[in-house]
Design a protein around this ligand. Sequence first.
Ligand code: BG6
Length: 473
Amino acid sequence: MNTTPTTPFPDRFLWGGATAANQIEGAYDAGGKGLSVQDVMPRGISGPRTPAPTPDNLKLEAIDFYHRYAEDIALFAEMGFTVYRFSIAWSRIFPRGDEDEPNEEGLAFYDRILDELEKHGIEPLVTISHYETPLHLAETYDGWVSRDLIGFYERYVRVLFTRYGARVKYWLTFNEINSLLHAPFMSGGINTPKEQLAEQDLYQAMHHELVASGLATKIARDLAPNAQIGCMVLSMPIYPLTPSPADALAVMEADHANLVYGDVHTRGVYPGYFLRTLREKGIKLQITDEDREVLSHTVDFVSFSYYMSIAETASPERSGGEGNIMGGVPNPTLETSEWGWAIDPTGLRLVLNQFWDRWQKPLFIVENGLGAKDELVEVDGVKTVVDDYRIAYLNDHLVQVGEAILDGVEVLGYTSWGCIDIVSASTAQLSKRYGFIYVDRNDDGSGTLARYKKKSFDWYAEVIRTNGANLTA
Ligand code: BG6
């Protein structure tokens, strides 16, 4: 009898896609929604922010998921999704962030999303805060620099768990929590310009977010006992640029700066290497006894995004190149995407093994994909995109997920990023497309918003139908 499995993916593996409210919903001021930091970031992470929303900000309308969600979720269902990751816009629920009572219209919107998902048998995976802190909290409190944010976040989370706790099993507390130091305004609603921000304040903000995340886990045990709470980190395998011990040490230090967040979420305490960093920087965090107790509530699983790896070096002449927001230097052995992101499927297997070995928690890949320029063409009278490059990228990464599963790593599921075209977070463009579904909207805001299935739509449907057996090594 042939017992060789045709696929390494377990039977209950969750397959789907992921988006974030600010990149997909639009309707930025509908239904009582307040402004979020994204509404004043028309150029993405590094572009200047505006005093108020401006018409060139594509996120204000995005792809109008707010009104078209039923049609879009039906398309996800047609691909066979068993999970859909989306975020709740904090400023729909608490328009300013510091109110006592939530906005019922905002809550009702997410009820409708959950109804639609239930109708199609799709498991929701909810990000509580995805780069969309209410703008009022940024402008009045300097975002997570203020300890007050813990209380506002707690109030928000209590409302979410009470309202949706019985319907949503998987929750993520903060999107890419380890990007805070690199993108303080987008990631932490910190209004003070990065150049003027004291490191003391930045690290204190990090501590506040970690406490808030622990609090969400603690509260869930009472309010939503069936919930599984995960942290979410940006993963980035780091290779030494040369085999020199100095470069290996530079890798260890860069790794530590990324991994400390997962360490705290899974171990419940700050690791020694991080305490050393604080000591050497002369930073004294305000940590209360209550904070320590809250941090001890560790997560049920670890989720992460994976797009690329980087190289690191100790050599000052060679460093300083354009790696990405997390630093690092380009790796000369790898090809890059049209946006300069290194393409490295093996890195995904490495990261899965590293996280599993280090944390021994089930893992969930909640973002991965290729941002590329697509061309809408007609094939047999039907408008589509022949995105073989995207199919190749996803195939190669999923093959490595399969390898990691064979390595013994426990993986709960995979949600491909931007399963329908959405506005990019780093550049705020629509032309940086990730989706299986093309959306007719351009960088200048023109377009009908019509949806078209790309070639990858049928390919991914087949991946899901066969539970990964159609992937080609
Ligand atoms: C992740 C973010 O960093 O990368 C997403 O969680 C983002 O919000 C994704 O969209 C891809 O980045 P970009 O800049 O191509 O949209």
